[in-house]
Design a protein around this ligand. Structure first.
Ligand SMILES: NC(=O)c1ccc[n+]([C@@H]2O[C@H](COP(=O)([O-])OP(=O)(O)OC[C@H]3O[C@@H](n4cnc5c(N)ncnc54)[C@H](OP(=O)(O)O)[C@@H]3O)[C@@H](O)[C@H]2O)c1
Length: 269
């Protein structure tokens, strides 16, 4: 069984620890969590009673290491870890926009993987896009694939720019859907449903629609057409929507996310 150390046990790091220990992929007594925020430390001690919870950096950092602090805190973390990471350790960075080259240089360590995951990992439904750095061996790639499969779905890429694209599409993606769901819930409420009922109806409809799309992998325009009969309710709902405007708005939103992750790569906080 491997030892896992996570630096930054917030939303993402904490959820990775939960998923990997709940599934037995990592034993709780083989887990070290290094977290700066005092209230989080107390909470982690309650959540993971057999794990080693630290607020200081351990002297030797070995085996499997996750870096899940905010990109703005990367510089300080990499500096602190430089010289402490065992040569054989596998370092996985989950930080948006921090390049492989900067990770390797900052840590003084070559065995580095970058991953962009998303918050559905809390329910083990993450989508994680990852890239292996030059020092990663085939068996380490297999291990990363197995680990990320415990968190949900994964896809390996070989072009590092796609990690920034993933940040804009799938990393931030859940919030795009929640924004749309909020609008649908407000609309459903205006038709007389209670908030709770409106949320449940929208949630179950969204779940069904996504399952149908995943099952059929159909063309979206065909899937829309199947719901729509001439002179029917769906046609009445959709015909006057400003489709071009909606597409433009979402394209601009995603482009802003992409531009922001590139700013983070250049170290602009
Ligand atoms: N949230 C998302 O939806 C999402 C999706 C994909 C990827 N990510 C990536 O995942 C990473 C973590 O995001 P998050 O939302 O989980 O952030 P978060 O909830 O803020 O968790 C990071 C934690 O690390 C702590 N920390 C900061 N510097 C540290 C250090 N040197 N050593 C130990 N702990 C330290 C922070 O404490 P303080 O708050 O006191 O600094 C904070 O509690 C980010 O790099 C982000 O790009 C996030």
């Amino acid at each position: 069984m491997r030892h896992l150390t996570i630096f930054g046990a917030g939303t993402i790091g904490g959820a990775i620890a939960r998923a990997l220990t709940d599934t037995g992929f990592i034993r709780e007594d083989s887990l070290t969590l290094v977290e700066k925020r005092p209230e989080r430390v107390e909470n982690l001690q309650r959540q993971f009673p057999s794990a080693d919870i630290q607020s200081e950096y351990p002297d030797d950092v070995r085996d499997v290491v996750f870096l899940t602090v905010k990109p703005q805190d990367a510089g300080e973390l990499l500096k602190a870890l430089n010289g402490r990471v065992d040569e054989q350790a596998l370092v996985v960075s989950g930080m948006a926009g921090v390049l492989l080259e900067d990770l390797q240089r900052g840590l003084g360590h070559v065995r580095v993987v970058r991953v962009m995951t998303n918050t559905p990992l809390v329910v083990r439904q993450a989508f994680s896009v990852w890239i292996a750095g030059s020092g990663i061996r085939e068996e380490e790639k297999r291990f990363v694939r197995d680990l990320l499969s415990v968190l949900g779905k994964e896809e390996e890429v070989t072009d590092e720019n796609l990690l920034d694209v993933a940040t804009a599409v799938s990393g931030s993606g859940p919030a795009y859907f929640f924004t749309f769901f909020q609008a649908l819930v407000d609309a459903a409420e205006s038709l007389g449903l209670s908030r709770v009922q409106a949320e449940q109806w929208v949630r179950w409809t969204a779940l069904g629609a996504v399952h149908l799309w995943e099952d059929e992998k159909g063309d979206l325009q065909d899937m829309i057409q199947r719901v729509m009969s001439r002179g029917g309710t769906t046609e009445a709902a959709l015909k006057d929507l400003p489709h071009d405007e909606l597409h433009r708005m979402w394209k601009e939103a995603m482009c802003r996310a992409y531009a922001r992750v590139q700013e983070l790569s250049r170290g602009q906080s």
